[in-house]
Design a protein. Sequence first.
Length: 177
Amino acid sequence: MEREIEVKVLGVDLHAMEEKIIACGGTKISDEKQTTIVINSDLHPISEDLGYLRLRETRKDGAIERVCTFKEKKANNGVRVYDEHTVAIDAMDDMLTIFKLLGYDCISRGEKHRISYRLKSCRLDLDRWDEKTYPDPYMEIEGENREAIEEVIRDLSIDPKQVSTLSIRELQKLKNK
């Protein structure tokens, strides 16, 4: 299990932010394409207060990684905190079939391009989803604690009004209103 502590920064010009990160000493760690499938059920719904179930396929440098993760929600007070319970899987379609047979038939699929940097003790992910999933680019800042994240926010001169603890699903719901 891994603990994830993060925020999103909305309304980001990804190119300008990438230049700012590099100017502040950030180091590029990844450039990848991701397919993300969020799974739920009408019969056995997973409460948003509990967390969510996700399959993810990551493609980078010719390699493919597939994982199944339950992101157990722990807190949402200035930063989002999840415990991630993750297992590697060989076949996305087979895993989806297993979930469907168990009644988890609500499937939401999206494609994302992610460029990641390390700045101080934080990971910064510059994310752009496909238009249907979520049309606006944003950045995630993940750190070991709230203070580390806030330090990076200050160093990058990010307006606190841009900082959000909303999940991608919550952002999608706001967009669709």
